[in-house]
Design a protein around this ligand. Sequence first.
Ligand code: IDP
Ligand code: MG
Length: 150
Amino acid sequence: MVERTLILVKPDAVQRGLTGETIARFERRGLQIVGLKMVNVSSALARTHYREHVGKPFFKSLVDYITSVPVVAMVVEGPKAIELCRTTIGATDPLAATPGSIRGDFGATVGRNLVHGSDSARAAKREIKLFFRAAELHRYNRSVTRWIVE
Ligand code: IDP
Ligand code: MG
């Protein structure tokens, strides 16, 4: 099942010079980048993107964080890409994230956890639309990529 998911290299990762490392993790997993750009996240976009967290105690700091420095947004495609990316990213709290995952290797606290990945097919569809126009997403000839979906 080929899926697309939204990945954000969040401000702390961009600022720490971990953009390339983060992108490389998804590429090396065998996933395909089908959209990529740097985005200055507005307060309105942040609130819409993180709407499920409205009212939570960390909401304001989350919006401040994601709007503080441009993020690198990408759409990644591959078999079960949503779950595959979540595993590559690691648990929300880096303290609990498995070493080998991005958060498990580079993160220390939940408030600066380096990367976002959509958590469901529905969220992926919604979030991709928030960050990318259809014309900004690209198709690959699957016959020359590394994975095969039976
Ligand atoms: P996820 O990014 O792993 O999907 P969510 O629960 O959707 O995690 O939370 C969204 C983001 O909100 C997290 O990635 C993190 O940046 C922030 N966040 C979540 N829980 C906390 C918290 O308890 N304190 C501070 N920030 C939090
Ligand atoms: Mg989430």
